[in-house]
Design a protein around this ligand. Sequence first.
Ligand SMILES: [Zn+2]
Length: 474
Amino acid sequence: MTAALLLAAALGATRLSSAAPVPSPKGRGPAPAAAGPRLSVESRAVRPGEVLLVVVEGADPVAPPSASLRGKDLSFFPGASTGTWLALAALDLDASTGPARLEAVLRDPAGRAARTQKTLFVRAARFPIEALSVPEGYVTLPKSDLERAESEAAALHRLFARPQAPRLFEGAFAPPIPGAAAASGFGRRRVFNGQPRAPHSGADLRAKTGAPVRAPAAGRAALAGTLFFSGKTVVLDHGLGLTTLYAHLSRILVQPGDPIRKGQLIGRVGATGRVTGPHLHWALKLGEARVDPYSLLALDLDARLKPRPEDPLARSPACARADLPPAPPWGRAAGGLRARVRPLKPAYAPGETVTLLVEIQNAGGRSAFLDFVRDPGARGAVLGFNRAPEPFSQLASSATARLVTEQVKIPPNKTLCFEQDRDAAGPLLAAATTSYALQYATDFLYSTSTVRAGVWRGRLAAPPAEVVVSSAAK
Ligand SMILES: [Zn+2]
């Protein structure tokens, strides 16, 4: 990846106060990829009850692609690599077998759109039939229980159908009971006391009463309460339409609305509701589609979503140049991070593309995570950062979290250095007076307070340009 691309990543950070925005980059923009964007699908299997990961690579990093599977629109979110977009799709437990057309409009890095399509073949899934014996009151319901069960089903339906939250999980999902015997039984056709009932839309994990149940990924508790069929139940919302449900618990250890970390204890195994014995019923939905949670575990989301393994601290060769204008003082530290900005050249002619060198230093004692946002609509909220080992769990409720395209880790005492020469609307063009502000939110999630970390003002064509770096709380 070129420095220019990363620069585009920090777009929202750029503010050129007096230059007119230019609609398209000239000359210095990212070079178009040699080949067009690639569309692929990753999944454990292509059959009813599976979740699929639709991957677009080598695409325009700013505008998401659009696609539909069997006519249903997919919503894309950025992957860890620039130009990679991901979407989750589901084949419901009762999805029809046979061809499924995936249609997409993909944009290359130069913004050229092309239509493409792919046909998946949905194979038949063989779900066993199981006869179960439970107390008769759970099969032929008295009127009051029937009304209760119906209103609970309607409430769950509303919960699954509500608009998608931004992505709250940061990578791969883990089983909720580590070490539990591999679960089976998803999709089983069930006959309770001789009467056929709805297919089994979850996995059953064998465990003793009291065994800990842990969140498979970060999210938010959407429901925590006692339901007629599923007994003590927790539902977690992981964002992007993904919800997981934990039923028949003996204890519930979260409150509705709680933010949830991956691995957090959310309850204990039990035998409440319609059960034949203690176990954990674990279900996954994407929107309202019922999918086997183990199909989600099979997706390598870490590889697609975690910060990239290569060293992000040496992105631009210009950072090592000896002929740079003198370094300005660092801006005021916020959350352990401080920044400074300087022009790559001492002076620019009016209309010339301005290239700035941005340095962000971790002066704190713990690793920092920096999130580069590149949505033109999010120009105010540009770089988010936090210092937790699980950054996305804290970015969770931010409306901009889903716009994060790239996350880099800055270890203590290290400096991230990169060049910036593009704005959302095109290159930064020098005008008579040019000012530049690098801003980052001190509390990306809940607060709108912003600290101005560094401001550069250059007087043009009056070498050497006057460089003023100041820091001031807004
Ligand atoms: Zn079950």
